[in-house]
Design a protein around this ligand. Structure first.
Ligand code: ADP
Ligand code: X15
Length: 405
């Protein structure tokens, strides 16, 4: 893979840097936004500092959240520019469009070492389009803005998107320091992983992440399933799940995973108890019920599972503590609400207590462990990518990396 060094001297060159600045935001009662975890911004600083020292003119591009191909103020990157400026200790300009005249003018006005952040890439339909031509056309507009391209958004290298894949083909391009550093650590989770090897899966991007399970079953000893992922498994086993997150069209696929795991002697461990809430709210009434009887709570079929229960969390912790390698992506529950954070806290603590090599991956998973008070150093590695790390450790060729080969 080409690294920054392959781009030659970058003094006075305009370098487009694709970062993953998709950070969690909170909005207060007056509508003011704040960044609840700036880990991904901090992780991008190494490359940006190095480029500044080389005298490059730096154009940062990123997505934030999943807007639907049109401007949507809720997903603006403006708060990220402000935080980036504080962390870098220098001004970071912000342009409220991604391509077009204002972006070109702001870039033309840059001096050596200056930094500008463009608005959310996903406000443009071409960024995530499945149509090669539409994606290519947007990438060509981006390419006009710079002389070279640095791919440093590790959290997004598994996406075949315009700014990750197509743009890299249009300019001299290389991986940034964050991408290189992530890959170096994550290598330890591939063929060389020490056994027993456990992967803990949770979170809410269920349809995205179910697909990796078939490959993980071939590679790990134990798969622990929590978070929003649980209910598709429980439903596949014939248990009602109330109003919990459910991927109904994946039930047969999940039954296939259960059979595949049984045939290979791989344990898939599901929760045995669930915290069920009356509604999706921090102050919602909630009860702990057996996982195979979610609708037996006082809330009946309208109850929704928002955390794994204490018995399950203790079981997960015991398995984690006896593992030599643990990878975890996806919170065990809605950790943003204290009533539903205990499962995530117990699993996080177990990772900090095992003597094995532990990796936490994913924007929200990293935010969760920090929000719950665990230090980054308590884990072997905190990766900025959840889906990206999972697809890397399943052994898949990732579009954003292949294109840099
Ligand atoms: N049972 C659940 N129901 C709904 N959402 C859940 C549940 N458990 C966890 N989540 C949510 O999953 C989100 C994180 O998922 P995801 O994006 O897949 O993780 P990551 O960013 O670490 O890859 C969190 O915002 C959390 O509230
Ligand atoms: O947050 C991200 O991924 P993650 O939740 O798997 O860590 C990345 O920014 C990728 O975002 P996407 O899953 O909307 O493409």
């Amino acid at each position: 893979m080409r690294t920054l060094d392959s781009l030659g001297p970058l003094g006075s060159k305009t370098v487009i840097v694709r970062c993953d600045l998709n950070v969690p935001l909170a909005t207060d009662e007056h509508g003011a936004k704040s960044i609840t975890d700036d880990g991904r911004i901090r992780a991008s600083l190494t490359t940006i500092r190095e480029l500044r020292e080389a005298g490059a003119r730096i154009v940062l591009i990123s997505h934030l959240g999943r807007p639907e191909g049109a401007p949507d103020e809720r997903y603006s990157l403006r708060p990220v520019a402000e935080r980036m400026a504080e962390l870098l200790g220098t001004a970071v300009g912000f342009v409220d469009e991604t391509v077009g005249e204002a972006a070109a003018a702001a870039i033309a006005a840059l001096s050596d070492g200056d930094v500008v952040l463009l608005e959310n890439l996903r406000f443009n339909p071409g960024e995530t389009s499945k149509d090669d031509e539409a994606r290519g056309a947007f990438a060509a507009q981006l390419a006009e803005l710079g002389d070279a391209f640095v791919s440093d958004g590790f959290g997004v290298v598994h996406r075949k998107q315009a700014s990750v894949y197509d743009l890299a083909k249009l300019l001299p391009s290389a991986a940034g320091r964050l991408v290189a550093a992530e890959l170096e650590v994550l290598e330890r989770l591939t063929g060389k992983a020490e056994r027993p090897y456990a992967v803990v899966l949770g979170g809410s991007k269920v349809s995205d992440k179910l697909g990796v399970i078939a490959h993980l079953i071939e590679r790990v000893d134990t798969l622990l399933v929590g978070g929003g992922m649980v209910f598709t498994f429980l439903a596949a086993q014939g248990h009602p799940v109330g109003a919990s997150l459910l991927e109904e069209d994946q039930l047969d696929t999940v039954r296939g995973y259960l059979d595949q795991a049984a045939a290979r002697g791989v344990r898939i461990v599901l929760p045995t108890d669930i915290v069920v809430a009356e509604r999706f709210a921090a102050d919602a009434a909630h009860e702990i019920v057996p996982a195979d009887a979610i609708e037996s709570s006082s809330f009946g079929a309208s109850g929704l599972g928002l955390d794994i229960g204490p018995t399950s969390a203790a079981t997960f912790a015991a398995i984690i503590e006896e593992s030599a390698t643990v990878f975890w992506n996806g919170p065990m529950g809605v950790f943003e609400m204290p009533a539903f954070a205990e499962g995530t806290r117990t699993v996080a603590r177990a990772l900090t207590e095992t003597s094995g090599f532990t990796v936490v991956g994913g924007g929200d998973s990293a935010a969760a462990v920090r929000a719950l008070g665990f230090a980054d150093e308590a884990f072997g590695h905190i990766s900025t990518g959840g889906g990206a790390s999972l697809e890397f450790l399943e052994g898949k060729a990732l579009p954003g990396l292949e294109v840099l080969a």
